[in-house]
Design a protein around this ligand. Structure first.
Ligand SMILES: Cc1ncc(C[n+]2csc(CCOP(=O)(O)OP(=O)(O)O)c2C)c(N)n1
Ligand SMILES: [Mg+2]
Length: 346
């Protein structure tokens, strides 16, 4: 085993010394179950024509909730398009996220005071931005950290390497999460790089690299909390590779059957992070079918209320696409806005 694991695929405790208390375990389960509900419902909303293109993260909930759970609201979160679950765990309101994936400008503007950046689509940009956020915190005398996400594909981009080197050289308080989900759209990780253990890329920049079972939320949380504490103490950045799998399509408009067989997907479904923790909690007697039913009811109600709230916002107008790009629009943007108004009206 070349990666940290605390609860194995079968729901058995393999590293008893690292197990947190029941309160934390239950909170971790709740966070994962809540974001699974969002992901499942988001795909349905898309099918109903009530949401735009959406990149699902189902099966990766441990990697998203276990990492973000280690942050406080004084820390920064820099998610990619895949990381809706991370942002929801951090505290981004569900209605806001629905509006974002409806391409409404109300969804793009992050709530005042919440230190989460929008879901940027250009891959790997999150990493250098995180170094900037982290250094800004330190320059202002605070010990807050910046956590950024990237995929296996993103780790082949120059931005990834530049950010790790920059953060390492300046001991920036960053926690770099690399979600290795096996695929970059249709390109498997093995075709992307000769590197097998992506966490070892940290060695090249003199910073710690940790590899963790990305479907074991307890292990993910343990590794991330240590990295967050390290960064807070001023000891610099850590790279954490969460080893997981994209069991879902790249986005709701992708058909993975065109580029992969589903045998491996079926194998990964047996390692499901939500099922795993539920089995463990049930075996300890801290979870039951009644608890599950009550939790599902609660998160269903929360989700339905949030969709109603999102529905209460009006349809965005075409020119709003460019309204919030710069405080003072550039000449090119002003020109585009005029063209949009001409073509579609106000
Ligand atoms: C800079 C840049 N290049 C290319 C793309 C097109 N693109 C979108 S997603 C993607 C694959 C990313 O794979 P990975 O980093 O593994 O993330 P995942 O989708 O698996 O979460 C690519 C190449 C992009 N969005 N940004
Ligand atoms: Mg990937």
């Amino acid at each position: 085993m070349d990666m940290l694991q605390i609860i194995d695929e079968g729901g058995t405790l393999v590293s008893p010394d690292l197990l947190p208390g029941d309160e934390t375990l239950l909170a971790l389960y709740r966070a994962m179950r809540r974001i699974r509900h969002f992901d499942e419902r988001a795909v349905v909303l898309h099918r109903q024509g009530r949401m735009g293109v959406y990149p699902p993260y189902g099966g990766m909930e441990a990697s998203q909730a276990g990492t973000t759970f280690a942050l406080t609201h004084d820390d920064w979160l820099l998610p990619t398009y895949r990381d809706t679950g991370a942002a929801l765990t951090y505290g981004l309101p569900i209605a806001q996220v629905v509006l974002y994936w409806r391409t409404s400008p109300h969804g793009w503007a992050m709530p005042e005071g919440l230190k989460v950046l929008p879901f940027y689509i250009p891959i790997a940009t999150q990493y250098p931005h995180a170094v900037g956020c982290a250094l800004a915190e330190r320059m202002q005398g605070r010990s807050n950290v910046a956590m950024a996400f990237i995929g296996d594909g993103g780790s082949s981009e120059g931005d990834f390497h530049e950010a790790l080197n920059f953060a390492g050289a300046l001991s920036a308080p960053c926690v770099f999460i690399l979600q290795n989900n096996g695929w970059a759209i249709s390109v498997p990780t093995s075709a992307q790089t000769k590197a097998v253990n992506l966490s070892k890329r940290a060695d090249g920049y003199g910073i710690p690299g940790v590899r963790v079972d990305g479907n074991d939320i307890v292990a993910v949380y343990h590794a991330t909390r240590e990295a967050v504490e390290r960064a807070r103490r001023g000891e610099g950045p850590t790279l954490i590779e969460t080893v997981t799998y994209r069991v879902k399509p790249h986005t709701v408009s992708d058909d993975p059957g065109r580029y992969r067989t589903e045998d491996l997907t079926k194998e990964w479904l047996t390692k499901d992070p939500v099922v795993r923790l539920r089995a463990f909690l049930t075996s300890r007697g801290t979870w039951s079918d009644e608890h599950e039913a009550a939790l599902v009811q609660e998160i269903t109600d929360e989700f339905e209320a949030a969709v109603l709230e999102a529905d209460s916002y009006g349809e965005p107008t075409p020119s709003e696409i460019v309204d919030h790009v710069f405080a003072t629009p550039t000449p090119a943007l002003s020109e585009q806005r005029a063209l949009l108004l001409e073509e579609y009206g106000a």
